[in-house]
Design a protein around this ligand. Sequence first.
Ligand SMILES: [Zn+2]
Length: 372
Amino acid sequence: MSPDKLPIWSRYAYPRHARKPHEPRARIAWDDTVLPFQLDQSDIRGRVARLDGVLDRVLEQHDYPAQIEALVAEMTLLTALIGQTVKLRWKLSLQVRGDGPARLIATDYYAPTEEGAPARIRAWASFDENRLDEGAEPSSLIGKGYFAILIDQGQGMAPYQGITPITGDTLASCAETYFAQSEQLPTRFSLTFGKSTEPGRGESWRAGGVMLQKMPKASPFAATAEGGSGEEGLLEAADILDEDEGENWTRANVLLDTVDQLELIGPSVTPTDLLIRLFHEEGPRVFEAQPVQFGCTCSEEKVRQSLSIYSAKDIGHMTTEEGIVTADCQFCGAHYEFAPNTLGFEATEGPDAKANEAEADGQAGEQAGGRG
Ligand SMILES: [Zn+2]
């Protein structure tokens, strides 16, 4: 049974043998890491990811309903698996936008600034609470829309963006379609995520998964393919591969099908043992693991910058009755307050002017009066 078919709400208890009595309840060494690997026999590369603390940190920034948490958890795991390939200092963002009650799931992956440093991940969701149906499968809450990947390579470089329609019944299947259609790269995800319970620790979110991807060819012939065999003519793995490649790809996928949920997420099978168990005949070779952690990059400076396009009149409309302009980071909940006269391209004061000074000298009334 494919892990994709397993109910994502199934909870699991840590197996009793997972931790010997003398071992402290310490973090598991391979939690919150992404381990890249390659299957030498079949020109396939992949990653194994386990998220533990990082997922709790991402979700504790918000107070989302359980179904939205599940979508964010899946998206965060996809982000860790996909993001691991981007270069130092690049930023990779995933977005799913739909017309259902879950309007937007957005994540950012900040590649490490130097080799060996942790990558940082953050996420948020926008949803319509009144339309949430508690009994519905989380992925059914997205509706019709699109899945996008954006890569920001830093200053002076044009950002890269690819978009495909939402397909299948999981975010993982959306990502598989994205890679087939947009990058002509056959890709497969096997993901598990949910709340785990460990004695003495209470509930916490965990996620684990494996990603497989066919190595890119020098000249992908499929770039000119006229419509694929997937949903609405979108390309699928079989449309992109020739016969030999197709065999290799199918074999690796059949092997991945034998993985069970606890192997992906549980604490008792290391990622390297998992790869040997699944792919020993394919010559698995692992590379250095990438640690990941929660991280938000918001700052007062960045908020000021984003507001610098507005006129004094626009800033006036944003000013509260208390005479300040406030901004909350959607990713981490950080709260920023500004004096209105320090914002926008018509600012009359430097950024050091305190928000409450505006109130003290009576400007607040004027600014608030300008609302409407
Ligand atoms: Zn933030």
